[in-house]
Design a protein around this ligand. Sequence first.
Ligand code: R1P
Ligand code: URA
Length: 349
Amino acid sequence: MKNRITDANFPRTGDGRVYHLGLRQGEVANRIVTVGDPSRARRISKFLDASPEPFVLQSERGFLTITGKYSGTPISIIAIGMGIGNMDFFVRECRESLDGDMAIIRLGSCGSLVPELPVGSLSLPKACVGITRNYDYDFTAATTESSTYRSSNPPYSISRLVEGHQPLQLHLKEVTEATRPEGASDAAVRADFVNASADSFYSSQGRQTSFPDHNEGLVSELLERVPGVATLEMETHHLFHLAAVYPKPPSELPLKSTASRPVLTRPEGEISATGSAPKSETEQEHSRASRGAIYATAIQMIFAQRQSQDFITPEEVVLRENWAGKACLEALVKFNVQSTQPDEGSVWA
Ligand code: R1P
Ligand code: URA
């Protein structure tokens, strides 16, 4: 950390950069494709317009932001690494770095639990559950009875469902189908399954290692308890959850409407997001108010088939990342997002 931080509640540098992503207002667009792997972000960024030259920022904490234009519309591609914690940093710090609506598509890899999704297929989950390890369970116990999963103190907890934004999901599916490349003519593209996001690649995804994880029956328990569950990965549930609980602006716009609606702006004289003065009561009120809606969906590439034990080849990865990456960009720029961000002073101006 090189720059002085001025606010312990929501830390920013004096010049308005958020603490972990390193961004400030005007460096992140309202439309965002988020991925785990930085090389996936760089690959997709090749589809951005050549002019203006995309802005690239690798934060000290490893988040990579690439912001440019796609077909003339500002868009950001952000690689966040892995896990719920990183998804949390990404959503909150981007939300506080821009005004207006946010449309976020997560393009990630996942494991498949069902034969309908072989390696190389794409799944756009309609909803997610979260699977978390219960630290109050005695993991040193000798055995796991199958009934333990339903006891009052199970080793893993499976959350209730949270839905993604269906209009954005269906729109993305349409664009994905329409941009299918040669070489993927038989790849399944499904939008009817549920995803489970786990807090580990291993234990809470039911993988067996030398740790006493008491997870032998976890996958069958998941399949039994969550109708339609088909994929396992690590971040999408938290994205859907944060988008679903985020307060909606007074009159939220539906997809592709051209009607205008009031967007919350900063009260006259209030310090900007990049300022560093202590917060007034009005400002605290404002920071709790909605800055716009958050629309979130996901597209997942099946890398691992947990029944057949197949794993995707590097060549298949490149083809899917290019295909799904371009579809995400196309879908986002055609999606109606209310941006209140001025072009002036932004990296896409
Ligand atoms: C695990 O290998 C990682 O792959 C999946 C999981 O969610 C986890 O982050 O997503 P990404 O390919 O986007 O990283
Ligand atoms: N990512 C995951 O989290 N799980 C898998 O099985 C594959 C990719």
